[in-house]
Design a protein around this ligand. Structure first.
Ligand code: PGA
Length: 247
């Protein structure tokens, strides 16, 4: 199982970042789990330099540009140079402030070109009885990966994050039967873009109010390959309990 800890803007200083990193290192020493930390960009290099543990690092976002006169942008090359190996792309909190599908497709392509594994976030804001949310999700996947080559598509990780479940409590997270259904649907969508068994090899994560109280049930019944965890990943006790609940 893979846990991606999306620290968002919760971790403001290096001291807190280092103690969460130390906790993650302890957890992977005693448990067969992979942990990817996604710290705020200015803290990433300070944690990853000299890292010899099994912890990997992810950008929370990468620029849609390839560099040059782009004040404030951080490009995929820069994250790769400080040893990030993943990049979250298309998170709903970025889409909410105007990130376009074209920008997301460009970000995915740049991430792959510079050796980062993109974690493409998709998810509907609400569910409707007619199933329009299903075609919405298909469209999000399609616009992000259809311009990639077959080889590039194989490098993408999908994170299904329904917006209605993000940053809530355990009770608001998805139920495992609904999650399993969505996993089957996502595999079906992926099979349109990856022939043969290719679609089965793409890791699919779930994100949205995952914590120690629901992770085991979602892992067992949901058919997922891992989790993208936000607020529970920055509270040391909550994160430790969540990881231990998977043991
Ligand atoms: P949450 O966030 O765990 O705080 O709901 C998940 C995410 O947005 O990646």
């Amino acid at each position: 199982m893979m846990i991606v800890a999306n620290w968002k803007a919760y971790v403001e200083d290096l001291k807190k970042a280092k103690s969460l990193f130390a906790l993650s290192k302890r957890l992977v020493r005693t448990q067969d789990i992979s942990i990817v930390l996604a710290p705020p960009a200015p803290l990433l290099g300070a944690l990853s330099s000299g890292n010899s543990s099994r912890i990997a690092f992810s950008a929370q976002d990468v620029s849609a540009s390839t560099g040059g006169p782009q004040t404030g942008e951080s490009v995929a090359q820069t994250f790769a140079s400080v040893k990030a190996t993943y990049a979250i792309v298309g998170h709903s909190e970025r889409r909410a402030i105007g990130e376009s599908e074209a920008a997301i497709a460009a970000k995915i392509a740049h991430a792959i070109a510079h050796g980062l594994t993109p974690i493409l976030c998709v998810g509907e804001s609400e569910r409707d009885a007619d199933g329009r949310y299903l075609s919405f999700i298909r469209q999000q996947v399609s616009s992000a990966i259809s311009s990639l080559t077959l080889k590039e598509r194989q490098k993408v990780i999908i994170a299904y994050e329904p917006i209605w479940a993000i940053n809530k409590s355990t009770a608001a997270a998805i139920q495992s039967t609904d999650l399993r259904e969505m996993m089957l649907y996502l595999r079906k969508i992926l099979s349109e873009f990856l022939p043969g068994s290719g679609a089965l090899r793409i890791p699919i994560l779930y994100g949205g109010s995952v914590d120690a109280a629901n992770i085991r049930e979602l892992a067992g019944g949901g058919g997922v390959d891992g989790f993208l965890v936000g607020h529970a990943s920055v509270d040391p006790r909550a994160f430790r309990d969540l990881v231990k609940a998977l043991a």
